[in-house]
Ligand binder design. Structure first.
Ligand SMILES: [Zn+2]
Length: 414
């Protein structure tokens, strides 16, 4: 099949006017000018018209099952207050509610251009049926905590590995997510890191998200320290920053996605870079909590790969006029609003090629080139080639079409 578009944005190569993408099965065979490719091969043409065609977006951090908490939790006074609020909200839900919420999130991502998502899975019993219900490539990271339950790290880890093994992976994959330094024991973090390396899986943790977490590990003080003191041993606090804690647990590495990393200590950016860890920035969630500026320049200067995530809609403000939508395009808009110097092309790279690299999918997802996956989205655009990246970043609403693994997940209108 030959897809024709006003403009093709391959991301890792220059844009092409009156471009085309040649697709065979689930792969891209070639990207180029329509006239050239059409002259070379006799295949059916699907003309998408006045659109920009680009690789499907890669959402590197999400919690699909919290989608129906959109706008329900007002911005908290302290980070622990938010954790308490989300725990209370979740306690009211049964499995059917979580399932409906997960599926609504997946549908919303699909309609807004995501084709690959790294999702934190807190409800293992739902996973098989939820994954089967979406055409998205879902990389399911099994969440592990264990502070409240007091269960042994071995049994928590065994259960997560068992769940991962029983899943039919289809177009996606699995990994492990020890939730965060404060919500796990160092032993669980260490064992999860070792198990993931043995299996060739990726790991992801929330780290340095809030000032409260930073103060707990760095100084043994603050709202999170006070709240958790009666719930967990605090012997792992007082030895440095949350990133240093992860380093001590041996979980940093090229297979690791460090989510948030808002509060870094001296040398933390270098620690992340030296280990090859990826960082995932979630602009809307960052704005909701009013964290200090995300250390973009610091991380970029030392060569850390920064990807983009939606996080969940549980960290969105309640509004009447504009209900929050789970969408990586919304994150791109938020990113541009807070980083006006960043070009739309660069912002798009975070949401595509960088996300793919974070998930170990470089060359397959997040770009259009010979041999990449046929994961393609189309967004309306009748303007110039120069304005195409900006048109994508500022597009709101549904995409015109979405293809995953060579099949239409959202077919173009006839
Ligand atoms: Zn998260």
């Amino acid at each position: 099949m030959l897809l024709r578009a006003r403009i093709v944005l391959p991301i890792t190569a220059p844009p092409v006017e009156d471009g085309a993408v040649l697709i065979s099965g689930d792969r891209v065979l070639a990207v180029g000018r329509f006239a050239d490719l059409h002259a070379q091969v006799a295949v059916p043409v699907t003309d998408l018209g006045e659109v920009v065609v680009l690789p499907g977006l890669v959402n590197a951090h999400c919690h699909l099952d919290y989608t129906h908490l959109a706008g329900r939790l007002v911005p908290p006074r302290t980070f622990p207050d938010w954790i308490k609020a989300i725990l209370a909200a979740k306690a009211e839900w049964d499995l059917a509610a979580f399932s409906a919420s997960w599926r609504a999130g997946a549908q919303s991502l699909l309609e807004t251009g995501t084709t690959t998502v790294a999702n934190i899975e807190a409800m293992p019993p739902l996973l098989a049926e939820c994954r089967a219900a979406t055409p998205l490539r879902v990389y399911s990271f099994l969440e592990m905590t264990g502070i409240r339950s007091g269960r042994s790290p071995d049994s928590i880890l065994e259960e997560a590995i068992h769940t991962a093994r029983t899943l039919t992976l289809g177009h996606g994959g699995v990994g492990l997510s020890p939730h965060a330094p404060y919500s796990t024991t160092p032993e669980l973090m260490r064992k999860a890191a070792e198990a993931a390396r043995r299996k060739g899986w990726r790991t992801t943790t929330h780290v340095g998200e809030s000032a409260a977490e930073f103060d707990m590990f760095m100084y043994r003080r603050g709202s999170m320290f006070d709240w958790l003191e009666s719930q967990r041993p605090m012997e792992d606090c007082g030895f440095g920053s949350p990133v240093q804690h992860l380093e001590r647990c041996g979980i940093l590495g090229s297979n690791h996605l460090a989510v948030h990393a808002n509060y870094l200590w001296r040398g933390d950016a270098e620690r992340l870079a030296a280990s090859g860890s990826q960082v995932v920035h979630c602009p809307s969630s960052h704005a909701y909590f009013g964290h200090r500026c995300f250390p973009f320049d610091e991380l970029t200067a030392v060569g850390v790969n920064i990807a983009l995530g939606t996080d969940s809609l549980a960290s969105t403000r309640p509004t009447r006029s504009h209900p929050p939508v789970l969408s990586l395009l919304e994150e791109l808009r938020q990113l541009q609003a807070t980083n006006s110097m960043m070009s739309p092309q660069r912002a798009l790279e975070l949401a595509t090629a960088h996300g793919a690299r974070a998930l170990g999918l470089a060359g397959q997802a997040g770009e259009l080139r010979e041999g990449s996956w046929a994961d393609v989205i189309a967004i309306p655009h009748s303007g110039s080639i120069e304005a195409a990246p900006e048109a994508v970043v500022h597009h709101s609403g549904r995409v015109t079409a979405s293809m995953i693994a060579g099949g239409w997940a959202i077919p173009p209108k006839e």
